[in-house]
Design a protein around this ligand. Structure first.
Ligand code: CAO
Length: 439
């Protein structure tokens, strides 16, 4: 015997009205327990919604482009009736695809204060208002606004000319590679974000002329993260300040702590100590715990800090909430849990949202200073390099000290250089003497 069951959207965190970007099944199709039915896209991640049990899809209630929220009906499914089963099937929590990455590293610049600032060829006045509104979903309009892409200049490839994210990305690609020009570029008018009409087109090279090559498609995550990184890099006037922190005593303290807490199964990491330090620094310098919203600065009274985690699926940024209210051991424990979930691709959107500030640590891998890209709408990010023992002059002699390289990128629209210098100095002094955090 079989029954007809409703498949509804499960709890997807705070997200509402998310776009369906893929429907993976069709009516009449048999699905197995856990098989993905549809893919939805939030601004942080794509999430596959799986079937809670095996059955046959009778009707599909959604199509690509529909917006759904928790509880929306996705499909009706015929399932073999189980004794005592009375309630409609609800799909379990989705396993999100790895999140869109919003952090990256530029090759280390010379240790100068000002990172190069590039204005976007796309950052120009939107022309939507001039004519008929292009056919695109609100999220695509928002994306286009954020990237400065004039939607009126894009021909949508969807049903009835609907403009998709892929259309926007393809337009950007064509402009960046010089294969297309925006109306503003054609008119040779300086764009709102800075004139770029004089830029050369992207070089078109037949690499096979020089040797064998292999072509690989960019992964979906890289495409999404690339657009985020590009926007953040061209729209935020980044400056990076470098600093050295003497962590000789802190490292000894950390080793000691780990001996004491070995049995508890928690490893106190340098990153956990940095998190705690940054939470105090953010409280002391509220301008760093802020976001820019039009002509206002939003000062946050909570202290959620993200950390970049490298995973087989790409880079993700889990967020630890209320770091100011947690001890270092609790932070270390939570970080280990989030890192493990990140590696397994099991982080939910809620675990990657709400960050106020980010830390990108390459210390366990190597390298010294670099320019981390700010994770908008945050206004600063701390890059951490690998510590090394250096001889430091103490006035009489060179003494070996463990030095940690730090690189703070900050948004010059919100923060000025003096504040960044003070923030870095505070972080370095606190790491040199952790007791300062109590002051
Ligand atoms: N200097 C020297 N050594 C360091 C260090 C530093 N700054 N930070 C960590 N280490 C050492 C630790 O002592 C540890 O060594 P042992 O194994 O001998 O104890 C080892 O590196 C691993 O450190 P850890 O367990 O503390 O882990 P971590 O904090 O370095 O890494 C995480 C955690 C999630 C940050 C890491 O797994 C990761 O993903 N790193 C890459 C992040 C990244 O890609 N950032 C760039 C983003 S682009 O903007």
């Amino acid at each position: 015997m079989s029954t007809l069951q409703e498949i509804r959207v499960p709890d997807i965190g705070d997200y509402k009205e998310v776009d369906i970007i893929e429907v993976l099944v069709s009516p009449g199709e048999s699905v197995v327990d856990g098989q993905s039915l549809v893919v939805v896209e939030t601004d942080k991640a794509s999430i596959e919604i799986p079937a809670a049990q095996a059955g046959v899809i009778k009707t599909l209630n959604v199509v690509v482009g529909d917006k759904i929220s928790e509880g929306s009906l996705i499909a009706m499914m015929e399932v073999a009736a189980a004794p005592g089963m009375a309630n409609p099937v609800t799909a379990p929590l989705p396993e999100p695809a790895p999140a869109a990455v919003t952090l990256s590293v530029e090759p280390p610049a010379q240790p100068v204060e000002h990172a190069p600032v590039v204005a976007s060829p796309l950052a120009q006045e939107l022309t939507e208002a001039k004519g008929e509104l292009p056919f695109a979903s609100p999220s695509i309009r928002k994306l286009a606004r954020e990237l400065g892409v004039p939607l009126t200049e894009i021909r949508g490839t969807g049903v009835r000319g609907r403009i998709s994210r892929a259309d926007v990305e393809s337009f950007i690609k064509r402009v960046m590679t010089g294969q297309a020009q925006t109306e503003a570029q054609k008119a040779n008018t300086p764009a709102a974000g800075g004139g770029l009409s004089g830029l050369l087109p992207w070089p078109q090279v037949d690499f096979t002329r020089f040797g064998p090559v292999e072509r690989q498609d960019l992964s979906r995550i890289k495409k999404i993260s690339g657009a985020n990184l590009h926007r953040n890099w061209v729209m935020i006037p980044h400056v990076t300040n470098h600093e050295d922190a003497d962590i000789t005593e802190l490292e000894a303290f950390r080793v000691q702590l780990n001996k004491e807490h070995e049995k508890a199964g928690v490893k106190v990491t340098l990153l956990a100590l940095l998190m705690k330090t940054c939470a105090v620094a953010l409280k002391k310098f509220p301008g760093f715990n802020a976001s820019l919203d039009g002509e206002q600065i939003v000062l946050k009274q909570y202290f959620h800090i993200g950390f970049a985690a490298d995973t087989p699926n790409g880079l993700v940024v889990p967020v630890i909430r209320d770091v100011d209210q947690k001890g270092v051991i609790a932070i270390a424990r939570e970080m280990a849990q989030l890192s493990a979930k990140a590696r397994d691709g099991k982080l939910g959107p809620a675990e990657m949202s709400g960050g106020c500030f980010s830390i990108s640590s390459l210390g366990g891998i190597g390298g010294t200073y670099f320019t981390p890209i700010i994770n908008a709408p945050e206004v600063a990010i701390l890059g951490v390099g690998k510590s090394s023992t250096r001889l430091v002059w103490n006035g009489k002699e060179g003494v070996p000290r463990l030095i940690l390289p730090l690189s703070l990128s900050w948004d010059h629209r919100v923060i000025d250089g003096a504040a960044a210098g003070r923030f870095n100095a505070f972080v370095a002094q606190s790491l040199a003497d952790f007791r300062r955090l109590m002051l």
